[in-house]
Design a binder for this molecule. Structure first.
Ligand SMILES: O=C(O)CCC(=O)C(=O)O
Ligand SMILES: [Fe+2]
Length: 287
């Protein structure tokens, strides 16, 4: 094949192997050589799953700068695991894709009303989703970036004494009062207990699992102790060393593992911003 006569796009589509470009040593990678407009073969699918396991959040970008459809997002999501039900308060992206939903925000509510607090999604549920995908539908020309942070790196950066103290503790997660955007019409979610530190089943690495949106208190501590330990942890997890930041372009898809990461939607815009989104009930194991 005279490769010089093919467009970049054509070369991407004949590539059978993806290449993984890490964004930081800690978290995030772009996977090149995936066309979200085409069905993804088993070889590529398994490379995508292992890139996700290694980098916790992966990005696929298509050559053409055009929104990814709900059907395309649904097809890509199924590479990673079983698609979960859409949250009741979110709008479906279409009749054929009832669980693919749209996140719609214009930046007008008070700070912290949207995804602009570090969090992992719906940890107030007994079994929070293992993963999620988003792709932009309407984005500001500039602004509206999303950040992700590694909770494995955050745990590992704590002193051994603090790690020992936290290991084995449990925390109560609930829907915070006044959390209007996310919990509209969603009264069913009540408080649950989750471990403060969770162990990765395959690597054995440990991750912090508390977040400022849903975690109310650490069980067994006085409330003032709990508040101060949680404050310390909420501040600790914000270190830039654990993070990456993504500037969206149409045609991008982010896929992330909710279990070992947190994310933050930067609200520095005052216009309509929409994302098409899917949640993953579970993540397929990496062979
Ligand atoms: O708007 C964003 O950038 C993040 C949205 C978010 O938190 C989510 O999709 O779970
Ligand atoms: Fe979120």
């Amino acid at each position: 094949v005279l490769t010089s006569s093919l467009s970049e796009e054509a070369l991407m589509s004949i590539a059978t192997t993806a290449s993984v470009e890490p964004l930081t040593p800690t978290i995030g990678a772009v996977v090149h050589g995936v066309d979200v407009g085409e069905p993804i073969g088993e070889g590529l699918a398994s490379q995508l799953r292992s890139a996700l396991a290694d980098h916790l959040v992966v990005f696929v970008r298509r050559a053409s700068v055009a929104p990814v459809s709900a059907a395309e997002l649904q097809r890509l999501a199924s590479v990673f695991g079983e698609i979960g039900e859409k949250p009741s308060y979110m709008v479906s992206a279409g009749e054929d894709t009832p669980d693919i939903h749209v996140v719609d925000y214009d930046g007008s509510l008070p700070r912290g009303s949207y995804a602009d607090i570090w969090h992992s999604d719906v940890t107030c549920a007994p079994e929070p989703p293992h993963g999620a995908l988003v792709t932009p539908l309407d984005i500001p020309e500039c602004g509206g970036d999303t950040l992700w942070s590694s909770m494995l790196a955050a745990y590992e950066a704590l002193s051994p004494k603090m790690q020992d103290f936290l290991d084995g503790l449990e925390a109560e997660h609930t829907v915070p009062s006044g959390y209007s955007y996310r919990t509209r019409n969603d009264a069913a979610i009540a408080g649950v207990l989750h471990p403060v530190v969770r162990k990765h089943p395959t690597t054995g690495r440990k991750a912090l699992f508390v977040n400022e949106v849903f975690t109310q208190r650490i069980v067994g501590l006085d409330i003032s102790e709990s508040n101060r330990i949680l404050d310390m942890l909420f501040r600790h997890v914000m270190a830039p060393e654990f993070q990456m930041r993504w500037r969206w372009r149409y045609g991008d898809v982010a896929i992330w593992d909710e279990r070992w990461t947190m994310h933050y939607g930067v609200v520095d815009y005052r216009q309509r911003r929409r994302l098409t989104r899917a949640v993953l009930k579970d993540l397929r194991p990496v062979e």
